[in-house]
Design a protein. Structure first.
Length: 401
């Protein structure tokens, strides 16, 4: 690809990834007002979140595997269209059942967005510095969306509660842009079609590579604690915040997530990944404990800065490990599994932490979250200790030949 065409492709993919971060992030700050206007308890928002998450988790690995056979661009564009169709149901039919069904459709659509963006970047850029820099750009775009989405949700809710759901229409320009991207054909697409049995064996072998299964387990644990902490963040000052004030608490997380991801984009040759991840996990554990006793806005904002930085390190390196280690033949499946792992953690984090807060209180819940991050640090330290993976690579090569 020419440099100009490559830039268009990457920017289009990053915009699609940013839109895919909206489903729950724009909804949380407006959850109370949406429930009131629908004459439903606040718990109904949990049904919307859970139905979306369940559809996403189930559909993501399947669509990732399908893309390895049928191509990625068509699934990406189709996913964006389904994203809009399902997400905007409340604009024209704000009843409970249609909204839940719409969220399921939206979840299936989202399952065709993030894994395809990851995989298309892997297809378009060679392994090494270029791919890592592009994946770091992907992480920065996601972080920007993660920072802005709650704020945009709160502002839209302040204008009209339906405005939250109107934000999902951004999927339409994303679909239009990605329909015209071009990436080099994958090597596996240029060779003889691989048998399904060989594909299954290759996927099984890939899941035994330490960096791949460590990234997947790490994504689940991080997702649980991150979304749990975000759910409890509005309660950190005593009186729960809502609307734009609640959304503003998340800005330091997003801003420093972006800054650190941009810093990593310029350092794709970063080494000692295990030590960086272990240190990040332990740092987030300490910040989570601090949040339990912060009690002051300035402290909460500083904690948000730390969480943004730690999240940038963990998520970017998880993405690098999957991008570097995933065999081309099963790249779509591996990115699908990674994204499903994140969503699995996200879908459990919010309700789990809210349930724990009712039972053991705010501070004790955050201590449990900190303990989970310490266990993640131990797991990463053990699972990523230097070991040879040459045998696995050779076994995979023999399988696909």
């Amino acid at each position: 690809m020419t440099t100009k065409r490559s830039r268009y492709t990457l920017l289009s993919l990053l915009f699609a990834a940013s839109v895919a971060m909206f489903p729950n992030s724009v909804l949380f700050p407006a959850s109370h007002d949406v429930a009131v206007h629908l004459h439903q308890p606040t718990a109904f928002i949990g049904w919307l979140v859970s139905s979306y998450a369940l559809a996403y988790v189930l559909a993501t690995p399947l669509l990732g595997m399908t893309s390895d056979y049928l191509g990625r661009r068509s699934i990406l564009v189709g996913g964006l269209v389904l994203f809009v169709l399902g997400g905007t149901v409340p604009l024209y039919d704000p009843k409970t059942l249609p909204m839940v069904v719409g969220r399921v459709v939206m979840g299936i659509g989202s399952a065709g967005i993030m894994p395809m963006v990851d995989s298309l970047i892997g297809d378009a850029y060679p392994q090494g510095t270029e791919r890592r820099r592009a994946l770091a750009g992907f992480g920065a775009a996601v972080a920007v969306a993660e920072a802005l989405a709650p704020f945009l949700g709160g502002v839209s809710d302040g204008i009209n509660w339906r405005g939250v759901f109107a934000l999902y229409t951004l999927g339409l320009p994303a679909a239009l842009l990605t329909a015209f991207i071009s990436v080099p054909p994958r090597q596996s697409a240029r060779t003889e079609k691989v048998k399904l049995s060989d594909y299954a064996v290759s996927l099984q072998i890939a899941l035994r590579i330490p960096r791949l299964y460590s990234a997947i387990v790490g994504a689940v644990v991080f997702g649980v604690v991150y979304f749990g902490v975000c759910t409890l963040l509005p309660y950190a000052l005593g009186t729960p915040l809502s609307g734009w004030k609640s959304g503003a608490l998340f800005l330091p997380i997003g801003v420093f997530w972006v800054l650190l991801t941009a810093w990593l984009a310029n350092r794709p040759q970063l080494v000692h990944l295990r030590e960086v991840m272990v240190g990040s996990a332990l740092g987030l554990a300490g910040l989570t404990v601090w949040l339990a006793y912060a009690g002051h806005l300035s402290f909460v904002l500083v904690i948000g800065v730390g969480w943004g930085a730690g999240s940038a390190f963990l998520c970017t390196i998880f993405q690098w490990m999957v991008g570097d280690e995933s065999p081309e033949l099963v790249r779509g499946a591996m990115n699908g599994i990674l994204n499903a792992a994140y969503m699995f953690g996200f879908s459990f984090g919010a309700p789990l932490f809210m349930w724990l807060m009712k039972i053991v209180g705010f501070a004790s819940t955050l201590w449990w979250g900190a303990a989970a991050m310490v266990l993640l640090a131990v797991f990463l330290f053990v699972s990523l200790r230097p070991r040879g993976v040459t045998a696995l690579a050779e076994e995979l090569t023999e399988t696909v030949q």
